[in-house]
Design a protein around this ligand. Sequence first.
Ligand code: PHE
Ligand code: NA
Length: 452
Amino acid sequence: MKREQWGSRAGFILAAVGSAIGLGNIWRFPYMAYENGGGAFFIPYLFAMLTAGIPFMLMEFSLGHKLRGAAPRTFSKIGVKLEWLGWFQVFIAAIIAVYYVAVIGWAISYFSYSFTQSWGSDTNGFFFSEYLKLGENSPTKLGSLQLHIAIPMVLAWGITFAAIFGGVKGGIERANKILMPLLFIMVMGLITRIVFLPGALDGLNYLFQPDFSKIMDAKVWSAAYGQIFFTLSVGFAIMIAYSSYLPEKSDINNNAFMTVLINCGFSITAGVLIFGVLGYMAQEQAKPITEVVSAGVGLAFVTIPAAINLLPAPYILGPLFFLALVVAGLSSHISIIEAVTSALIDKMNWSRKKAASIVCGVGFIVSLAFATNGGLLLLDLIDYFINNVALLTSCLIELLVIGWLFKAADVRSYANNISEFCVGKWFEICIRFLSPIMLAVILSTNLINTFK
Ligand code: PHE
Ligand code: NA
């Protein structure tokens, strides 16, 4: 059977960008930057983007385009003994899929609450005790399914399933052609209102004010690299699967640069949005901004709702924010599920419809663990392990395999042959030496810190 293909170049880029831009850009990046030296974080971040992010993306696009398989098949074509690397990546993707969808579900709930701000004034108590049901009367256990958390997850799975079931062009591409423009419009709308609020510029000052003393800190570099791999969705079988549907004539180099630059540009935009809101909130509450910043789950579901309470026209800006979160999350979730589905289609010779049904069905059932009141605990644990260990390990192995076994030079000349502009020898230097060394150092520091 002929492999499916994207309908257009824009379709592919929107899908790749849709995968890259996700929850991580909105709730992870702004805080990471703030925490790790503010403006000075951009130095390690841009360094990691240029020397690891772009070469890695280019490498995965070339592999998918040339070898035309999901990750397991692609790696097995590089070396018969390497198929496990693809499955390892698919496995990581599957794990991310089941907790990522839980957060999308929460965002759907909060979207519905945001019209009337039904979270009230104690947004912390609301999120943890009333929504997640954590607290004295409800001991942390995995057995107690919470329907109000599970139902929005059904919705998220339904959309993902429809996109995957519909195929590369008729489902995934079509979904991203709706979701991504919608996301950009919503974020632009939000930003134009937010930056004019009193205090917003103070928030931006905090985000961009460089603390150069942090540049020599290894933790900052580790954060920058971790963020780059997570944010670009590379190293988890996703971009390989997506690029395996590229038409013969495709400008790999250009596509890779575009995807990375659009994603990182979006992150900075989201940083402006979040810190604009935080600056406004700090001013309204007459607190220093350091007391209002928070990260991850707390940022999106505790701090932002509290800020929405203070905004003008909260019934417009609130729904816009949460819908943007949902949309960004869905386009990433679709890509994660496609990574798993495409691997099974390749391996088992299943039809897309069968594979999609099985993957989404099983995924849905497993993800229900996160709709219990033990969900958050489980999520934090897995998220920590994925970001600090699994992801970096997978990327490091992939770099070593491609850099040293498959020959990075071949990847470069392959990509250069079909692309309009050429990348230079720096590509090999990054893939074979610079990135693996950086990753090995960061990974070992993380492992030492984890088990200490
Ligand atoms: N890149 C997405 C983000 O920034 C997350 C993601 C991770 C997507 C892993 C797919 C796979 O949120
Ligand atoms: Na991202």
